[in-house]
Design a protein around this ligand. Structure first.
Ligand code: ZN
Length: 425
């Protein structure tokens, strides 16, 4: 039996404990669908279905060889999620425990990381010769680490004051008993990737929930998973590009999965880099287009910034804008913020609404309460970088930035259908 889109999303998430793994999984899916990987550093072919990878970012497209000024239909999303990342000198010990020092990455709900069994994954930079470096992905899904919460008997104020966690003091996981010496973690990493410990010259390592993604609820109508924000949108974008390649009409479908959204996007692989602009320019010029064609293509292009949306919380309905309640399972959500924390405007919202109408998919409208600061997405950033009108869209979820997030299974297939329609024209 063919897996449902919801089943397939769980597979995608479990394959992607880090942005590097998410990109590797996306690349594997694209390769199976006939896409070719091209290198930013090498010349590119004139057209076709291809993708480029840089660190935790990936851009993929289907570009016919004719008319270089063809407009693009784009979907942008992000591969990173808030988590705990291993510091450069992580080996430490206290009260008879070996510990690994971490830095919280992004705006994580710290409490959700307490008392969870954590694995380790990421990439190791290995030295093979005096100047020869290579990057090797690793993952270990065994329960290796845990941030133990203080017993209630030793924290009597917790019931009145709530749980107060200091990001420096209270989030350091234990990973065994005994004492630590400098280099222990590097040695462990060397073992994990099968090299000598003096070959390990760098790493980007992070913790992940060892419990796989799964269904939840009396009728399994919900999905309980880590990193739904924003692997759900990455999965939707990849699936949609694979389906849209054959049906795109007069446009170039393209997806851009960026890293580092959770920390502001201003990095070489973030949305606030020139990565996407460079790819778009090359796509036009390798097909014989001029600088004018680049601007013409962009001028008629449209972008959908895909990121998760806040469903209305059953225990806190008062935190939501009363006239814009969002249901899990109610279909894609158009996110509008008239102060432009989201890039949506009346026209871009209308484009997306028409796509969903044609496919018979319901659409919901999100607006943040005026008295709460609104989060943002890559939408306004990519819109500004390329001067391409953008709509911010996402699927509804609860527990955003928790180690374990919650969404509705039914929304997954509505998302992939809507995204395919968007990319197709
Ligand atoms: Zn997000």
């Amino acid at each position: 039996m063919e897996p449902t889109p919801a089943d397939d999303l769980l597979t995608f998430i479990d394959a992607s404990p880090t942005p590097f793994h998410a990109v590797e999984e996306a690349a594997a899916r694209l390769c199976r669908a006939g896409f070719t990987e091209v290198d930013l550093h090498e010349p590119w072919p004139a057209g076709g279905a291809a993708f480029v990878v840089r660190g935790g970012a990936l851009v993929a497209w289907v570009a016919p060889e004719d008319d270089p000024a063809r407009p693009l239909r784009m979907i942008g999303a992000h591969t990173d999620s808030p988590n705990l990342r291993i510091k450069p000198r992580p080996d430490m010990h206290s009260a008879g425990f070996r510990q690994l020092d971490v830095e919280p990455y992004g705006g994580l709900l710290l409490n959700s990381w307490l008392d969870r069994d954590l694995g380790l994954a990421g990439r190791v930079i290995v030295r093979d010769g005096p100047r020869q470096l290579r990057s090797v992905l690793f993952r270990d899904d065994r329960p290796l680490l845990r941030v133990p919460q203080l017993a209630i008997h030793l924290d009597r104020e917790i019931s009145e004051r709530g749980l107060l966690l200091n990001r420096q003091q209270h989030m350091i996981p234990v990973w065994g008993l005994g004492s630590a010496s400098e280099g222990d973690f590097a040695t462990w990493l060397a073992d994990a990737v099968g090299v000598a410990s003096d070959q390990v010259v760098g790493w980007d390592a992070m913790c992940h929930d060892t419990l796989p993604a799964g269904f939840l609820g009396a009728s399994e109508e919900l999905i309980s998973a880590p990193r739904l924000d924003n692997l759900c949108s990455c999965f939707g974008a990849v699936s949609a590009l694979i389906s849209a390649g054959d049906v795109a009409d007069g446009v170039v479908p393209l997806i851009a999965l960026f890293d580092h959204e959770e920390v502001g996007s201003t990095t070489a692989t973030g949305a606030d880099s020139v990565l996407l602009a460079q790819v778009v320019e090359r796509l036009v010029t390798v097909r014989g287009g001029t600088a004018e064609d680049v601007v013409r293509a962009c001028a008629a292009s449209r972008c959908l910034s895909a990121d998760m949306a806040h469903g209305t919380h059953p225990n806190y309905p008062d935190r939501h804008e009363p006239n814009h309640h969002i249901a899990l399972g109610g279909g894609p959500v158009i996110k509008t913020n008239l102060n432009q924390r989201y890039a949506t405007d009346g026209e871009t919202a209308a484009w997306f609404r028409v796509v969903c109408d044609r496919a018979g998919i319901p659409v919901q409208d999100y607006s943040h309460r005026n008295d709460l600061p609104c989060g943002s997405t890559i939408g306004p950033i990519t819109a500004a970088r390329l001067a391409i009108p953008t709509v911010d869209v996402g699927m509804a979820q609860l527990s955003m930035h928790s180690i374990r997030e919650l969404m509705a299974s039914a929304d997954v297939s509505m998302m992939t259908t809507a995204f395919t329609g968007w990319l197709a024209g």
